[in-house]
Write a protein that binds this ligand. Structure first.
Ligand code: AP5
Length: 292
């Protein structure tokens, strides 16, 4: 198992979890312990609370309660070591759930490309495989989270927070996710993924020369490699990750779902999808209860 420093965190459950290590959030725990045969609808049949029935006239249709209940948009943080597959999973999650993908790394790379003052400073740290100072990152991410599209569609935050002070930066603004997904990947696989990663500058799509090769020569000819995608550099990024990961996990331990990220991207997504489906169903149930 992994050398990410997460294994010792007892509140962080494996996926699927064991009854020995129940999830601290009873709602998620109910779901996690029932995986893989989990079917959200059958586990949580939609029942109107008795109080709502009393409020409705005998002829009133049941859908009145459901129609008045609207869950808030979903808020998700995805975390994991460098090259654990965060960006790859974000593509699949946004396709299905329509969330706004906010990648701290992408926001920083955009600043670097624009040669802004922040970008010039960020570049120095990124080249050393260190965290960019909070003065730059925290406001940048907060501002993006508070934009209208993120508020309306919900958000999927990738690569942030990476330290307890960054987590505090969100908590101070009352910004808290519904679920914190942790991709758990062994170190040898991380290195293999970094070295083979390629990016399509035209579409932003992530490829891997072995696991996710481009479909034709035209795409293959325009692929680029990130400057930090070498074995030597990823090992430095891993050190930075190990130094901070436990602090971040402690902030979100009650909503953490640990996913086995060593599998194929489809199998990793299946675990994430099951967890998100459960959260969505749970929130619908809660909204109905409030509306009733
Ligand atoms: P960032 O860009 O966030 O890099 P990272 O965390 O190192 O993560 P990566 O983008 O490298 O990997 P990923 O997990 O998205 O994996 P991917 O899906 O691409 O950050 C870069 C730098 O910016 C940091 O070092 C830091 O300096 C700075 N920074 C960022 N956030 C910051 C913050 N909050 N505070 C301060 N500084 C910050 O997958 C990798 C490869 O594997 C791909 O080729 C993919 O095709 C393949 N792959 C993915 N999943 C699978 C699978 N299941 N099976 C087989 N192959 C797979």
């Amino acid at each position: 198992m992994l050398i990410l420093g997460t294994a010792s965190l007892s509140p962080c459950v494996s996926f699927p979890p064991s009854p020995k290590f129940p999830h601290p959030n009873p709602n998620l725990n109910h779901f996690l312990l029932s995986h893989p045969s989990f079917t959200p609808i059958s586990l949580h049949p939609i029942q109107f609370p008795s109080r709502s029935k009393r409020l409705l006239s005998p002829n009133a249709p049941n859908f009145i309660v459901a129609a008045s209940a609207k869950a808030e948009p979903l808020k998700v943080i995805i975390s994991g070591a460098p090259a654990s597959g965060k960006g790859t999973q974000c593509e699949l999650i946004t396709q299905k759930y329509g969330l706004v993908h906010i990648s701290a790394g992408d926001l920083l790379r955009a600043e670097v490309a624009a040669a802004s003052e922040n970008g010039k400073l960020a570049k120095e740290y990124m080249e050393k495989e260190q965290l960019v100072p909070n003065e730059i990152v925290v406001m940048m991410v907060k501002e993006r989270l508070l934009q209208l599209d993120s508020q309306q569609k919900g958000w999927l935050l990738d690569g942030y927070p990476r330290s307890s002070s960054q987590a505090a930066g969100l908590e101070d603004y009352g910004i808290r996710p519904d679920v914190f997904i942790l991709l758990d990947v062994s170190e040898d696989i991380l290195v293999e993924r970094v070295v083979g990663r390629r990016l399509d500058p035209l579409t932003g799509k992530i490829y891997h020369l072995v696991y996710s090769p481009p479909k034709n020569d035209e795409i293959a000819s325009r692929l680029t490699q990130r400057f930090d995608d070498t074995e030597e550099k990823v090992k430095l990024r891993l050190c930075t990750h190990h130094e901070n990961v436990d602090d971040v996990l402690s902030v979100y331990k009650d909503i953490t779902v640990k996913v086995n990220g060593n599998l194929t991207k489809e199998n990793v997504f299946a675990q994430i999808d099951a967890a998100l489906t459960h959260v969505v169903e749970q929130r619908k149930m809660n909204s109905r209860s409030v509306a009733a």
